[in-house]
Design a protein around this ligand. Structure first.
Ligand code: PLP
Length: 362
C-alpha cells in the first residue's frame, strides 16, 4: 500500500492507474500459471511471443495503424532515437529537416547533427517557444529527406493542434509525451516514436510505428540490436527485449480500451487541462507562456508573475500532497503533467489549491 492523499504531477515517469499496478504485481508472483514470475520467464517462450504479438496488435487497434506500417519495440529510451532515426532512415549525404519548438526538439536536432546534414526548417526559439510554427512557415524543399517534429514539447508545454501535413516529405514525430492521449492520423507520418514513460508507464522502452517503404536503408554501422528492419524481421527478439516493460504496456493498453479508447481519453485530457488553464487565465496572478491555441493538454506549463511566489507555491503544494509541480530544469516555472492516468481528483485538488493560494498571496 502507498501513502494516501498524494497526487503525482511528474512529467515522467508519471502517475499510473492503481488497478494496473495491482495487475502488474500479480505477474510477479506467477505469470500465466507457469509457476514463476514474468521476470523469470524466457523471452523465447511461447507465452512471451504471444505477449509481443498481442501488444503489437493492441497498439495497432488503439491508433488504427494502417497495414503498411510496422510496430516495433525499441530500447534505450526516446533519446536513443535521436541517433537511431538518422542511422536507420537517413542516407549519409542526405539532409534532415527539424522543426524546433522547444527543449526536446532541440535535443533531437543537436544529436541528429552528428549523423548528417541538418536543416532547421522552422524555429520558435526567438519568441521563447510560445507557439508552434504553421506548416506554411516551414522552409521545406525537395532536398529534405524527412522532417522531424516534437508534437508535444514536454518541457515547454507547447503542442501541435493537429497532425501537420507536409506532403510527400516523410514526417518523423517524437510523440513521447502525447502518445495514446489522442487519435492520430498515422498516414501523415513516415514514423512515430514514443518513450513509454508518460502515458504507458515503463521507462527505457520505445514504441515505434514506421512506414514500410522507409525501412531497409540502415547504414552499415547501425548496431544490429537497433536496426529497425532487422528487429522487425526477427520478431523483435534479436536480444532480450524489455519484457516487463512490454507487459506493463500491454496492461496499459487494456486499461486504455476499458476507458473507451484514445478518443474518450482525448476529450478527458482536454477537459482536465482546461480546468487548470482557466484558473491561470482568470487574472494576472499566474501566467502561461504559450499562446492559447498551442497549449499542451499533457503538460500545463505556467508560473506566478511574482517569481518570489514560486518556491512558496511548490512548498505549500508539496505539503498538501501535490507532488512534482516544478517546471523542467531548462524551462523553469511550474508544470502540471496530466497524462491519461491522472485522476480527476488530482486535477480538482490542484485547481482548488491554486485558487486558494492566489487568494492568500495575491
Ligand atoms: N522526447 C520527449 C518529448 C520527452 O518528453 C522526453 C523525456 O521527457 C524524451 C524525449 C527523452 O526520453 P528518454 O528519457 O526516454 O530518453
Amino acid at each position: 500500500s502507498r501513502k494516501e492523499g498524494v497526487y503525482n504531477f511528474a512529467a515522467g515517469p508519471a502517475a499510473l492507474p492503481p488497478e494496473v499496478l495491482a495487475r502488474a504485481q500479480a505477474s510477479l508472483a506467477d505469470w500465466q500459471g507457469l509457476g514463476y514470475s514474468l521476470l523469470e520467464a524466457p523471452f523465447t517462450s511461447d507465452e512471451f511471443k504471444a505477449l509481443l504479438d498481442t501488444t503489437r496488435l493492441q497498439v495497432r487497434a488503439a491508433l488504427a495503424v494502417p497495414d503498411r506500417y510496422q510496430v516495433v519495440f525499441l530500447q534505450g529510451g526516446a533519446s536513443a532515437q535521436f541517433s537511431l532515426v538518422p542511422l536507420n532512415l537517413l542516407p549519409p549525404t542526405a539532409m534532415a529537416g527539424y522543426v524546433e519548438t522547444g527543449h526536446w526538439s532541440a535535443r533531437a536536432l543537436e544529436e541528429g547533427r552528428r549523423y548528417g546534414r541538418s536543416h532547421v526548417v522552422a524555429s520558435t526559439r526567438g519568441s521563447g517557444f510560445d507557439r508552434v510554427p504553421a506548416v506554411s512557415e516551414w522552409a521545406l524543399n525537395e532536398s529534405i529527406h524527412y522532417c522531424h517534429i516534437t508534437p508535444n514539447e514536454t518541457a515547454n508545454g507547447v503542442q501541435f493542434p493537429g497532425d501537420p501535413d507536409c506532403g510527400d516529405i516523410p514526417l518523423i514525430a517524437d510523440m513521447t509525451s502525447e502518445f495514446l492521449s489522442r487519435p492520430v492520423d498515422i498516414e501523415r507520418y513516415g514514423m512515430i516514436y514514443a518513450g513509454t514513460q508518460k502515458n504507458l508507464g515503463p521507462t527505457g522502452l520505445v514504441i515505434a510505428i514506421i512506414r514500410e517503404d522507409l525501412l531497409g536503408q540502415a547504414r552499415p554501422e547501425t548496431p544490429t540490436v537497433f536496426n529497425y528492419q532487422l528487429l522487425i524481421d526477427r520478431q523483435n527478439r534479436i536480444n532480450t527485449p524489455l519484457m516487463f516493460a512490454i507487459y506493463l504496456v500491454h496492461l496499459m493498453l487494456d486499461w486504455i480500451e476499458e476507458q473507451g479508447g484514445v478518443e474518450t481519453l482525448h476529450s478527458h485530457n482536454i477537459a482536465q487541462s482546461q480546468t487548470i488553464y482557466r484558473i491561470i487565465d482568470e487574472d494576472d496572478f499566474f501566467y502561461c507562456p504559450v499562446i492559447p491555441e498551442h497549449r499542451s493538454i499533457m503538460n500545463v506549463c505556467f508560473g506566478t508573475r511574482d517569481e518570489n511566489q514560486q518556491q512558496r507555491f511548490l512548498g505549500e503544494a508539496d505539503a498538501m500532497g501535490l507532488a512534482n509541480l516544478a517546471g523542467h530544469s531548462h524551462a523553469g516555472g511550474l508544470r502540471a503533467s496530466l497524462y491519461n492516468a491522472q485522476p480527476d481528483a488530482a486535477v480538482a485538488a490542484l485547481a482548488s489549491f491554486m485558487t486558494h493560494f492566489r487568494q492568500r498571496h495575491g
